[in-house]
Design a binder for this molecule. Structure first.
Ligand code: XIL
Length: 376
C-alpha cells in the first residue's frame, strides 16, 4: 500500500538532488562558452596567479567556461615598458602561451591609456614634458614593439582606452594635451602597421551615458571617414544593481553597431555594494576612505540582494542574447568574486560579489538560467 508513495518520494528526492546539485557540480557540467557559442565569445580577465596556473581550481574553471581571455594588468604599458627601451615581456608571453595552449581567443589590453602608463613616457631627458614629436615617437615605438611581438597571435587589441569623458568631451590626458586628438588616430595606425590582421578596438566605461555615447560615436565616425581601421567598440560594463538603465545600455549597443563596428562587452561585473560618491563610472583614480557602512556584506550576501544580482545578470544577458548579431564577445572582469578588483575599488578592503563564480569557484545558482537562456 505504501509502495507508490515511497516511489513518488524517491522520484521527488532524485529530482530535487538533480536540480540542486547543478551549481555544486564540477565545471565540466556547465559551460558558458558552449552555451553561448554561435552567439558571442565568453571571456574572462586573468590575473598573474591564473596566468601562471598557480591555482588549479581556477585553471579548471577557465578551461571549461571561457573561450577568450584578456590580461587584467600585465599588458598595460607601465608593466611592458617600465623604463624607456626596457621591455618586460615575461608575464605577457606567459599569458599568450596559456591562451594558445587552451585554444582561446586572446585580447590585448591595452596599448594607450592615461592610467597605468609609465611616467617616463611624458618626461624628457631634461626633466620637462616632452614635445609632441617625441611623444608620438615613443607611442610608435611602444605600439610597434608590443604588437609586432605577438603578430598573428592576438585576436584584437584595445588600442586606446578611456579617451572620452562622460559628457563627450576629450579627456585632458597627457596624451591629449601633448599630441592633441590625433593621438587616437596615430595609435590605431601604428597598431595596424604592426599587425595588419589584428582587430583594433576603442574601449571605455560608462558607455551607456548619452554624452559619452555621442562623443565616442563622433570620434569613431571621424576615424572611419579618414580610412583608419577600427573594428570594434568595447563597452566596459562595470555595472551596479541600479545603474545604468537597460534602455540606455541598449541605446549604446545600437548606436555603436550602426557605425559599422562590432560591439563587445569587455569588462563585465555587477557590484552589489554602496557607491560612496556621485560618480557611477569606473574612473580608476577615484578612491574613498573605508567605512564599515560601505561594506555591509562581509559575512555573506543576503538572499534578497543575491536575488537582485541574479535578476540584473539575467536582464543584461537577455539583452546581449537579443543583440547577439551585433555583439562579438562578453568578457567578465575576473573569474571568481575573490579575484575581483571591485573588492578594492573605489574603496579598499570590501567584500563584493560582482562575478558569476563565488569564492568557492562554484557557479552562482542563476548562472544555470543564463545558460538556459542561451539555448532558447
Ligand atoms: C583594473 C584592474 O582590474 C586592477 O587590478 C588594477 O589595479 C587597475 O585596473 N578599466 C580598465 C581596466 O580598462 O584595465 C581596469 O582594470 C578597470 C577599469
Amino acid at each position: 500500500m505504501h509502495k507508490p508513495r515511497s516511489v513518488l518520494l524517491l522520484v521527488i528526492t532524485l529530482l530535487f538532488i538533480a536540480n540542486h546539485s547543478w551549481a555544486q557540480k564540477g565545471p565540466e557540467e556547465l559551460s558558458l562558452k558552449s552555451a553561448f557559442s554561435g552567439k558571442f565569445d565568453i571571456g574572462a580577465a586573468l590575473n598573474l596567479k591564473q596566468i601562471y596556473e598557480r591555482d588549479e581550481q581556477a585553471a579548471a574553471l577557465i578551461k571549461a567556461q571561457f573561450n577568450s581571455i584578456t590580461a587584467e594588468n600585465c599588458m598595460k604599458a607601465m608593466y611592458l615598458q617600465p623604463k624607456e627601451g626596457e621591455f618586460n615581456f615575461k608575464d605577457a608571453d606567459r599569458f599568450v602561451e596559456l591562451g594558445e595552449k587552451y585554444g582561446m581567443q586572446l585580447i590585448g589590453h591595452t596599448l594607450i591609456w592615461h592610467s597605468q602608463a609609465p611616467e617616463w613616457i611624458f618626461i624628457g631627458k631634461d626633466g620637462k614634458e616632452v614635445s609632441r614629436e617625441v611623444l608620438i615617437e615613443r607611442i610608435r615605438k611602444h605600439i610597434h614593439t608590443v604588437v609586432s611581438r605577438y603578430k598573428g597571435r592576438i585576436k584584437g587589441w584595445d588600442v586606446v582606452n578611456e579617451a572620452i569623458l562622460d559628457n563627450g568631451d576629450w579627456r585632458q590626458s597627457k596624451f591629449y594635451q601633448i599630441i592633441g586628438e590625433d593621438f587616437i588616430e596615430l595609435a590605431f595606425q601604428f597598431a595596424h602597421e604592426a599587425d595588419p590582421d589584428a582587430e583594433l578596438y576603442y574601449n571605455d566605461f560608462s558607455m551607456s551615458q548619452k554624452g559619452k555615447r555621442e562623443g565616442v560615436a563622433r570620434m569613431v565616425r571621424k576615424l572611419k571617414v579618414k580610412g583608419v581601421q577600427i573594428n570594434g567598440i568595447g563597452m566596459q560594463g562595470h555595472l551596479s544593481l541600479d545603474y545604468p538603465s537597460l534602455a540606455d545600455f541598449e541605446a549604446s549597443i545600437l548606436a555603436f553597431s550602426s557605425l559599422g563596428v562590432q560591439v563587445m562587452i569587455t569588462e563585465l561585473d555587477i557590484s552589489v555594494l554602496p557607491i560612496p560618491g556621485p560618480s557611477q563610472g569606473a574612473e580608476v583614480s577615484t578612491n574613498y576612505q573605508y567605512d564599515q557602512v560601505l561594506n555591509p556584506y562581509g559575512e555573506g550576501l543576503p538572499v534578497e540582494v543575491e536575488s537582485k544580482l541574479a535578476n540584473r545578470y539575467k536582464e543584461f544577458f537577455a539583452l546581449f542574447v537579443k543583440h547577439h548579431d551585433k555583439i562579438d564577445r562578453v568578457t567578465l572582469w575576473g573569474l571568481t568574486d575573490a579575484d575581483s578588483w571591485k573588492n578594492n575599488w573605489p574603496v579598499r578592503g570590501r567584500t563584493d560579489y560582482p562575478l558569476l563564480f563565488d569564492r568557492n569557484y562554484q557557479a552562482k545558482p542563476f548562472v544555470r538560467e543564463l545558460v538556459e537562456m542561451a539555448k532558447e
